[in-house]
Design a protein around this ligand. Structure first.
Ligand code: 13P
Ligand code: ZN
Length: 269
């Protein structure tokens, strides 16, 4: 029995994950098992869930994350496809709880589906968000084609070079991804080093960071909002590429136009 069915608020969050997983597949950003999603569902955990027995032995996180005490997460399963998750999120992901000591977890429901290989980054980011009192509860890693392509040129790996270019392609990009795109130099997927570099870069005040030659990592209040930030950035990258493939360097919005936008939308940067 899917434990979310009788809990409408939890079910709604899981349905958002399934909706986003479908978009990721449709966009071509989720080849094979590419990408992962975790959401902090602690607010939806009732006493009956607290009492559920674990389905697995404790597993190490690889790091002590003190702000995750008592936390629960829904995690995409490692090796699982987003297109399968879109149909059946509880068969292609699982619910885990962090154990006392904050350096291990156990799988609680619905089935013992091992969480994503990027769990170190996801959990370390959730720990960071809680530590700073952020309302963000969702994190998304995906492989958006055009944004990943940009990172194959050193030009776009300079701090905020890609942000400025992307913001200037269409006004909505700055309005709806107001902190821009942070850059994390290439590091081994799934590594604790990648988790730490991701947090350092988010802490420079970004909601979306780019893992060089790999993909993006985005955080937001919920998973739909995380998806939207990546979607507007990738749309801007597509406009840039469309102009270049028509044979010219796009002009981009002018500095005065960008400043006007910043004031009108009361943007943070
Ligand atoms: P998982 O299948 O383990 O979630 O890995 C996908 C991925 O994109 C790794 O970076
Ligand atoms: Zn990946």
């Amino acid at each position: 029995m899917n434990i979310t069915y009788t809990r409408p608020a939890l079910q709604a969050e899981i349905e958002k994950v399934a909706e986003v997983a479908g978009y990721l597949w449709q966009k071509g950003w989720a080849e094979r098992n590419g990408g992962n999603i975790t959401i902090n569902i602690t607010a939806h955990i009732d006493e009956a869930l607290q009492a559920l027995p674990a389905l697995t032995e404790p597993r190490p996180i690889g790091k002590k994350l003190p702000h995750l005490a008592g936390c629960w997460f829904y995690c995409k399963g490692t090796g699982r496809r987003m297109r399968d998750l879109a149909r059946d999120p509880m068969a292609n992901g699982s619910i885990i709880r962090i154990l006392p000591g904050c350096d291990s977890y156990e799988i609680v429901a619905d089935a013992p589906v091992a969480p994503t290989s990027e769990l170190p980054s996801h959990l370390a980011v959730h720990d960071y968000l809680l530590a700073k009192g952020s309302p963000y509860r969702a994190s998304l890693h995906t492989h958006p084609i055009e944004l990943v392509a940009l990172t194959h040129s050193p030009k776009w790996l300079q701090k905020d070079a890609a942000t400025r270019m992307l913001w200037s392609m269409i006004p909505e990009t700055r309005a709806f991804c107001p902190r821009g795109l942070g850059i994390v130099p290439y590091l081994m997927p799934s590594s604790v080093e990648l988790a730490e570099a991701t947090i350092r870069t988010l802490d420079e005040d970004y909601d979306v960071v780019m893992w060089e030659k790999h993909g993006v990592f985005a955080v937001e209040t919920d998973i739909l909002n995380a998806f939207d930030q990546v979607d507007v950035l990738n749309k801007a990258a597509q406009i840039y590429i469309a102009a270049r493939s028509m044979g010219f360097e796009p002009e981009g919005m002018r500095d005065a136009q960008m400043e006007e936008l910043k004031a009108a939308f009361k943007l943070p940067k």
